[in-house]
Design a protein around this ligand. Sequence first.
Ligand code: LMR
Length: 400
Amino acid sequence: VFDHLVRAPEDPILGVTVAYNKDPSPVKLNLGVGAYRTEEGKPLVLNVVRRAEQMLVNDSSRVKEYLPIVGLSDFNKLSAKLILGADSPAIQENRVSTVQCLSGTGSLRVGAEFLARHYHQHTIYIPQPTWGNHPKVFGLAGLSVKTYRYYDPATRGLNFQGLLEDLGSAPSGAIVLLHACAHNPTGVDPTIHQWEQIRQLIRSKALLPFFDSAYQGFASGNLDADAESVRMFAKDGGECLVAQSYAKNMGLYGERVGALSIVCRSADVASRVESQLKLVIRPMYSNPPIHGASIVATILKDRSMYQEWTIELKAMAERIISMRQQLFDALRSRGTPGDWSHIIKQIGMFTFTGLNSKQVAFMTKEYHIYMTSDGRISMAGLSSRTVPHLADAIHAAVTR
Ligand code: LMR
């Protein structure tokens, strides 16, 4: 009965890892998926995460019962506090409904399903470009996906005017997807002043902001600074949605731990929203897994563990920033044609190099360097040892 099926293509991001794994070359380098690696090129489990896990294992009172549909209560409260701030009026007024979801993607999907069922406007505007999974997550939930201008290839920066024009002509009530910080794939974020203008426009047109916060702490190394965009919206009394992921900032990629928060206008609305979120979640996956959320809650509620986490997080962010400088210096010392200053200006895990798909294919074939075909490289996958190899490959790709 399935004879008619054609083979589906690999995922544009995760498929890069599939191709990388098949390559026997000893010099191969995976700069595709956004996953942190150490200077030795190894995945990192944070010390504070190991410590939290040890505490969980040693606690014999812990059981493996089902979590409630909305997940671990402590985790939800602490996650809302982490993104909205401890002094958030919305939290103090009980106006936030938070549910534990399957990392950032699951949080986006639950939010999208909820909006498709209960929100009057089904059009969502996503930045152009954006994370490759966004249009699929929202489209498959039944929303109609449109784009707004975001990135200007000429300046390798923000097309702020285009963004304001496109959101300015969006229909009233439309949903707007915003990357809270460290925009994926471009590494280009609005300034705080620009965020304020975006906020005023969104509120004046009664658009509904939906934040994707996958990199809190990874952009600047500071958890509060990286949440500033979200907090500006949550503070003004209006509604917003926020999808949070702990994949990158706690290195909990495979634990699939994240949260969806919906900031409402009153506590009563928030509690009705939560009751409806339960109806979305139950037929999808019933209730979320316990382990990752327990790790996060253990760390977030203990002052010294939280402190230890911020130090480890900052170290990851700083290593990425130093990779930017090293790659920039390596290209300069090779005299590689072009202005590569965007490598040090862009923010977060990725550099949007400006290399085209042919150049990327060349680098993969000749240098065994794996990256997405749009020219995005994960700076977190680089090390001092591999920078020269990447710089050689880029130099060859742009001079051939
Ligand atoms: C990425 O963009 O590489 C990450 O968000 C991982 C993913 O799931 O695509």
